[in-house]
Design a binder for this molecule. Structure first.
Ligand code: DC
Length: 227
Protein backbone atom coordinates (compact mmCIF):
# COMPACT_ATOMS: atom_id res chain seq x y z
CA UNK A 1 0.00 0.00 0.00
CA UNK A 2 1.22 3.49 -0.81
CA UNK A 3 -0.08 6.45 1.19
CA UNK A 4 0.54 9.86 -0.41
CA UNK A 5 0.49 13.03 1.69
CA UNK A 6 0.66 16.46 0.09
CA UNK A 7 0.13 19.99 1.33
CA UNK A 8 1.76 23.38 1.88
CA UNK A 9 4.73 24.14 4.14
CA UNK A 10 4.12 24.07 7.87
CA UNK A 11 0.83 22.16 7.76
CA UNK A 12 2.33 19.38 9.87
CA UNK A 13 2.83 16.87 7.04
CA UNK A 14 6.25 15.61 8.11
CA UNK A 15 5.35 15.09 11.74
CA UNK A 16 2.17 13.19 11.02
CA UNK A 17 3.59 11.26 8.04
CA UNK A 18 6.46 9.99 10.20
CA UNK A 19 4.13 8.97 13.02
CA UNK A 20 1.75 7.29 10.60
CA UNK A 21 4.62 5.34 9.01
CA UNK A 22 5.80 4.23 12.44
CA UNK A 23 2.36 3.15 13.60
CA UNK A 24 1.80 1.12 10.41
CA UNK A 25 5.42 -0.16 10.26
CA UNK A 26 5.69 1.38 6.80
CA UNK A 27 8.70 3.10 5.30
CA UNK A 28 8.72 6.89 5.13
CA UNK A 29 9.73 8.96 2.12
CA UNK A 30 10.20 12.71 2.54
CA UNK A 31 10.34 14.01 -1.05
CA UNK A 32 10.92 17.59 0.16
CA UNK A 33 14.12 16.39 1.82
CA UNK A 34 15.36 15.28 -1.60
CA UNK A 35 14.80 18.73 -3.13
CA UNK A 36 16.39 20.26 -0.03
CA UNK A 37 19.45 17.98 -0.30
CA UNK A 38 19.92 19.00 -3.92
CA UNK A 39 19.62 22.67 -2.96
CA UNK A 40 22.23 22.22 -0.23
CA UNK A 41 24.51 20.53 -2.73
CA UNK A 42 24.06 23.31 -5.30
CA UNK A 43 24.75 26.02 -2.71
CA UNK A 44 27.85 24.21 -1.45
CA UNK A 45 29.19 23.76 -4.97
CA UNK A 46 28.24 27.28 -6.04
CA UNK A 47 26.10 26.05 -8.89
CA UNK A 48 23.82 28.75 -10.25
CA UNK A 49 20.23 28.03 -9.19
CA UNK A 50 19.10 29.05 -12.67
CA UNK A 51 21.32 26.48 -14.37
CA UNK A 52 18.64 23.87 -15.07
CA UNK A 53 20.95 21.50 -16.88
CA UNK A 54 23.68 21.48 -14.29
CA UNK A 55 21.13 21.06 -11.48
CA UNK A 56 19.50 18.08 -13.22
CA UNK A 57 22.96 16.59 -13.63
CA UNK A 58 23.69 17.11 -9.93
CA UNK A 59 20.38 15.43 -9.08
CA UNK A 60 21.23 12.48 -11.30
CA UNK A 61 24.60 11.95 -9.69
CA UNK A 62 23.37 12.24 -6.13
CA UNK A 63 21.99 9.54 -3.85
CA UNK A 64 19.54 10.43 -1.10
CA UNK A 65 18.40 7.87 1.44
CA UNK A 66 16.14 8.02 4.45
CA UNK A 67 17.19 5.99 7.45
CA UNK A 68 15.27 5.32 10.62
CA UNK A 69 17.43 5.45 13.75
CA UNK A 70 15.15 5.11 16.77
CA UNK A 71 17.67 6.63 19.17
CA UNK A 72 18.49 9.70 17.07
CA UNK A 73 16.65 13.04 17.34
CA UNK A 74 14.91 13.32 14.91
CA UNK A 75 14.85 9.55 14.28
CA UNK A 76 14.34 9.77 10.48
CA UNK A 77 17.76 10.79 9.11
CA UNK A 78 18.47 12.08 5.61
CA UNK A 79 21.69 10.85 4.02
CA UNK A 80 23.10 12.54 0.92
CA UNK A 81 25.81 10.41 -0.66
CA UNK A 82 26.15 8.70 2.70
CA UNK A 83 26.53 11.94 4.68
CA UNK A 84 23.95 12.85 7.35
CA UNK A 85 22.49 16.22 6.27
CA UNK A 86 19.30 16.08 8.35
CA UNK A 87 19.81 19.42 10.04
CA UNK A 88 21.67 21.28 7.26
CA UNK A 89 18.82 20.78 4.80
CA UNK A 90 16.44 22.60 7.19
CA UNK A 91 18.56 25.78 7.29
CA UNK A 92 16.97 29.07 6.41
CA UNK A 93 19.24 29.42 3.41
CA UNK A 94 18.14 26.08 1.95
CA UNK A 95 14.47 26.89 2.69
CA UNK A 96 14.81 30.21 0.88
CA UNK A 97 16.14 28.61 -2.32
CA UNK A 98 14.54 25.18 -2.52
CA UNK A 99 11.44 26.31 -4.44
CA UNK A 100 13.63 27.80 -7.16
CA UNK A 101 15.68 24.61 -7.49
CA UNK A 102 12.58 22.41 -7.54
CA UNK A 103 10.92 24.44 -10.28
CA UNK A 104 13.17 23.06 -13.06
CA UNK A 105 11.46 20.32 -15.12
CA UNK A 106 14.70 18.31 -15.54
CA UNK A 107 15.27 18.31 -11.78
CA UNK A 108 11.70 17.16 -11.13
CA UNK A 109 11.92 14.39 -13.73
CA UNK A 110 15.01 13.02 -12.05
CA UNK A 111 13.54 13.28 -8.55
CA UNK A 112 10.27 11.59 -9.56
CA UNK A 113 12.26 8.75 -11.11
CA UNK A 114 14.24 8.30 -7.90
CA UNK A 115 11.09 8.48 -5.77
CA UNK A 116 9.36 5.76 -7.78
CA UNK A 117 12.45 3.57 -7.50
CA UNK A 118 12.47 4.07 -3.74
CA UNK A 119 8.84 2.96 -3.55
CA UNK A 120 9.55 -0.49 -4.98
CA UNK A 121 8.22 -3.04 -2.54
CA UNK A 122 5.35 -0.79 -1.40
CA UNK A 123 4.18 -0.18 2.18
CA UNK A 124 5.29 3.39 2.16
CA UNK A 125 4.11 6.76 3.42
CA UNK A 126 5.38 9.41 0.98
CA UNK A 127 5.07 13.10 1.62
CA UNK A 128 5.55 16.25 -0.48
CA UNK A 129 3.78 18.52 -2.96
CA UNK A 130 3.10 16.32 -6.01
CA UNK A 131 3.12 12.85 -4.51
CA UNK A 132 -0.57 12.11 -5.01
CA UNK A 133 -0.85 13.97 -8.31
CA UNK A 134 2.35 13.07 -10.19
CA UNK A 135 4.68 10.66 -8.38
CA UNK A 136 2.08 8.08 -7.32
CA UNK A 137 -1.18 9.04 -9.04
CA UNK A 138 -2.47 5.52 -8.31
CA UNK A 139 -1.61 5.60 -4.60
CA UNK A 140 -4.03 3.55 -2.49
CA UNK A 141 -4.75 6.47 -0.22
CA UNK A 142 -4.13 10.21 -0.59
CA UNK A 143 -4.28 12.97 1.98
CA UNK A 144 -4.07 16.70 1.48
CA UNK A 145 -2.98 18.24 4.77
CA UNK A 146 -3.39 21.95 5.21
CA UNK A 147 -3.86 24.67 7.84
CA UNK A 148 -4.48 28.41 7.96
CA UNK A 149 -1.37 30.36 6.91
CA UNK A 150 -1.14 32.21 10.27
CA UNK A 151 -1.10 28.93 12.16
CA UNK A 152 1.44 27.39 9.79
CA UNK A 153 3.71 30.40 10.23
CA UNK A 154 3.35 30.23 14.05
CA UNK A 155 4.36 26.56 14.06
CA UNK A 156 7.35 27.15 11.82
CA UNK A 157 8.36 30.19 13.89
CA UNK A 158 8.26 28.14 17.10
CA UNK A 159 10.41 25.47 15.46
CA UNK A 160 12.95 28.03 14.21
CA UNK A 161 13.21 29.71 17.61
CA UNK A 162 13.93 26.30 19.12
CA UNK A 163 16.67 25.80 16.56
CA UNK A 164 18.21 29.10 17.66
CA UNK A 165 17.12 31.42 14.82
CA UNK A 166 16.27 34.95 15.93
CA UNK A 167 13.60 35.75 13.42
CA UNK A 168 10.23 37.48 13.72
CA UNK A 169 6.89 35.77 13.14
CA UNK A 170 6.14 38.33 10.44
CA UNK A 171 9.30 37.43 8.48
CA UNK A 172 8.56 33.70 8.80
CA UNK A 173 5.04 34.26 7.50
CA UNK A 174 6.31 36.38 4.58
CA UNK A 175 8.85 33.69 3.62
CA UNK A 176 6.17 31.03 3.84
CA UNK A 177 3.70 32.95 1.66
CA UNK A 178 6.45 33.41 -0.92
CA UNK A 179 7.29 29.69 -0.93
CA UNK A 180 3.57 28.74 -1.13
CA UNK A 181 3.20 31.06 -4.09
CA UNK A 182 6.16 29.55 -5.95
CA UNK A 183 5.10 25.98 -5.15
CA UNK A 184 1.52 26.47 -6.32
CA UNK A 185 2.19 28.56 -9.43
CA UNK A 186 5.22 26.85 -10.98
CA UNK A 187 4.60 25.42 -14.42
CA UNK A 188 5.66 21.85 -13.77
CA UNK A 189 3.92 19.72 -11.13
CA UNK A 190 2.69 22.53 -8.89
CA UNK A 191 1.22 21.82 -5.47
CA UNK A 192 -2.37 20.81 -6.10
CA UNK A 193 -4.88 18.73 -4.24
CA UNK A 194 -5.52 15.45 -6.04
CA UNK A 195 -9.26 15.15 -6.72
CA UNK A 196 -9.35 11.86 -4.78
CA UNK A 197 -7.38 13.14 -1.76
CA UNK A 198 -8.94 13.31 1.70
CA UNK A 199 -8.52 16.89 2.96
CA UNK A 200 -7.48 17.37 6.58
CA UNK A 201 -7.34 20.90 8.00
CA UNK A 202 -5.02 20.77 11.01
CA UNK A 203 -5.49 24.41 12.12
CA UNK A 204 -7.34 23.45 15.29
CA UNK A 205 -6.13 19.87 15.71
CA UNK A 206 -3.33 18.45 17.81
CA UNK A 207 -0.73 16.15 16.25
CA UNK A 208 -2.22 13.07 17.88
CA UNK A 209 -5.72 13.99 16.71
CA UNK A 210 -4.46 14.23 13.12
CA UNK A 211 -2.47 10.98 13.34
CA UNK A 212 -5.45 9.11 14.81
CA UNK A 213 -7.71 10.40 12.06
CA UNK A 214 -5.26 9.35 9.34
CA UNK A 215 -4.83 5.94 10.96
CA UNK A 216 -8.57 5.44 11.19
CA UNK A 217 -9.00 6.23 7.48
CA UNK A 218 -5.96 4.14 6.50
CA UNK A 219 -7.19 1.11 8.46
CA UNK A 220 -10.64 1.46 6.92
CA UNK A 221 -9.08 1.25 3.48
CA UNK A 222 -6.74 -1.59 4.37
CA UNK A 223 -9.39 -3.82 5.91
CA UNK A 224 -10.90 -5.21 2.70
CA UNK A 225 -7.43 -6.05 1.37
CA UNK A 226 -6.44 -8.05 4.43
CA UNK A 227 -9.73 -9.98 4.74
O1 DC B 1 8.18 19.80 2.49
P1 DC B 1 9.40 20.74 2.49
O2 DC B 1 9.07 22.06 3.08
O3 DC B 1 10.59 20.10 3.09
O4 DC B 1 9.71 20.96 0.94
C1 DC B 1 10.71 21.85 0.52
C2 DC B 1 10.44 22.37 -0.86
O5 DC B 1 10.68 21.37 -1.83
C3 DC B 1 9.04 22.90 -1.15
O6 DC B 1 8.94 24.26 -0.83
C4 DC B 1 8.88 22.65 -2.63
C5 DC B 1 9.79 21.49 -2.92
N1 DC B 1 9.07 20.23 -3.09
C6 DC B 1 8.56 19.97 -4.32
O7 DC B 1 8.67 20.79 -5.21
N2 DC B 1 7.96 18.77 -4.56
C7 DC B 1 7.82 17.87 -3.58
N3 DC B 1 7.22 16.70 -3.85
C8 DC B 1 8.31 18.14 -2.30
C9 DC B 1 8.93 19.35 -2.07
Amino acid sequence: MIIAIDGPAGAGKSTVAQKLAKRLSYRYLDTGAMYRALTLRALREHVSLDDAERLAELARGMTVRMEYRPRARPPFRVLMDGQDVTSEIRSREVSAHVSQVSSHPGVRREMVRKQREMAAGGDLVAEGRDVGTVVFPRADLKFYITAAVGERARRRHREMRKEGYRVSLKTVQQEMVKRDHMDTTREVNPLRRAPDAVVIDTTRLSISQVVNELLRIARDRMEPRTL
